[in-house]
Design a protein around this ligand. Structure first.
Ligand code: AHR
Length: 366
């Protein structure tokens, strides 16, 4: 099945939609009005109902984390053969050149839709122009693209808010516990990814405002090995000098815990080091429940159904939302604070409830 965009136009910016994690993919329901500039897609007469599979190319980041595995499974389940799709999946192994190559191959293969989870946020305009010229709608998931708007729709997380929330939680938690000096080490995610940039900038904004010392901030590549290696070197270089470790995903935190354990540094509730993480995968929440991780800020990976809902809307010639944000709870080990209030990336003051982990198995989404 092949769908072509009317006059080469991609669907334009629509009102931002917030969607509940784990909820139905209702953000893209048919109530999205036309953007008013004629930007809509042509309904192909040749629909899924006619029996032809819709072909989709998915250029995935890689396989670096539990989060990524859940993301891959989610997209593969949503674009399954039983659901009427023929999915071309490429694991780009965290290699940007390989990812661009995968997209070009999808164009060659003349797929109906291209889904990209961009490894890095820049360097996209040329290849997205090629997709546009070929009339293939592109849907971006998870991470964002900063240097091109030549995609139809994006589904993912507000990483800056995750960083702001982590910083705000640390501020309120330290105050509640009477901890005055915060000496912080950060293990960043893959540099250049919007997840790393947003979490780093959001947390740093609070750190700067509070005058905290970020002793060091290095790339752990979102992997357990990366987290362990960076933490091993931190333990040697900054022995006895730090009391907070921020890992930008759970797998890095698992590696950092191993390194701290080996170096005789204790972490978690009322220990030497306050440990903060992001993702809130099941294993991460188990460590929150046991008190080894103090706080874990969720990044919701099950975006496949949202993505497939967008494709279905496009199939019907409907206009789709330009952005769909996941709603993501913040998890903590102790009942010290009920909620945090912070100014989000949109400049709104928001209050978020904190969820104390008492049963990781049932509280985890993945
Ligand atoms: O882009 C999402 C991030 O990438 C997740 O936090 C991390 O686990 C993944 O590898």
């Amino acid at each position: 099945m092949k769908k072509r965009l009317v006059a080469g136009l991609l669907v334009s910016l629509m009102a931002t939609s917030l969607v509940a994690c784990g909820g139905a993919a209702d953000s893209n329901s048919g109530d999205a009005a036309d953007a008013g500039d004629g930007t809509t897609t042509e309904a192909s007469g040749d629909t899924a109902a006619s029996g032809d599979a819709i072909t989709v190319g998915f250029a995935q980041v890689g396989h670096e984390s539990d989060w990524r595995t859940a993301s891959t499974n989610s997209v593969q389940a949503a674009f399954s053969e039983e659901n009427g799709y023929d999915l071309e999946f490429v694991d780009c192994d965290n290699d940007s050149a390989k990812q661009i190559e995968a997209v070009r191959q999808f164009i060659q293969d003349d797929v109906d839709y291209i889904v990209i989870d961009p490894i890095v946020s820049t360097g996209w305009d040329t290849v997205l122009t090629e997709c546009e010229d070929a009339g293939i709608p592109v849907i971006v998931i998870d991470r964002t693209i900063d240097d091109s708007d030549k995609y139809v729709s994006w589904v993912g997380s507000e990483f800056m808010n995750e960083g702001l929330a982590a910083g705000t939680w640390l501020k309120d938690y330290a105050a509640a516990k009477g901890i005055e000096d915060l000496n912080i080490l950060v293990i960043e995610g893959s540099n250049g990814s919007s997840a790393q940039i947003g979490r780093t900038d959001g947390f740093k904004k609070i750190a700067d405002a509070e005058g905290w010392k970020i002793i060091d901030s290095q790339d752990g590549d979102f992997t357990q090995d990366g987290g362990q290696q960076v933490m091993e070197s931190y333990c040697k270089s900054y022995e006895g000098k730090f009391n907070v470790v921020v890992c930008q995903n759970d797998n890095e935190a698992f590696g950092a815990m191993d390194a701290m354990k080996a170096a005789g540094v204790s972490y978690g509730v009322d220990k030497d080091v306050i440990l903060i993480s992001f993702d809130a995968c099941k294993a991460g929440l188990e460590y929150v429940q046991s008190g080894d991780i103090n706080a874990d800020f969720m990044c919701y990976p099950l975006q496949g159904e949202y993505c497939a809902a967008i494709v279905q809307q496009l199939e019907k010639g409907e206009t789709v939302a330009k952005q769909t944000f996941m709603t993501e709870p913040w998890y903590v080990a102790e009942d010290v604070l009920d909620s945090i209030t912070y100014t989000n990336n949109a400049g709104e003051e928001v209050t978020e409830e904190l969820v104390v982990v008492t049963d990781a198995a049932s509280q985890a989404s993945y």
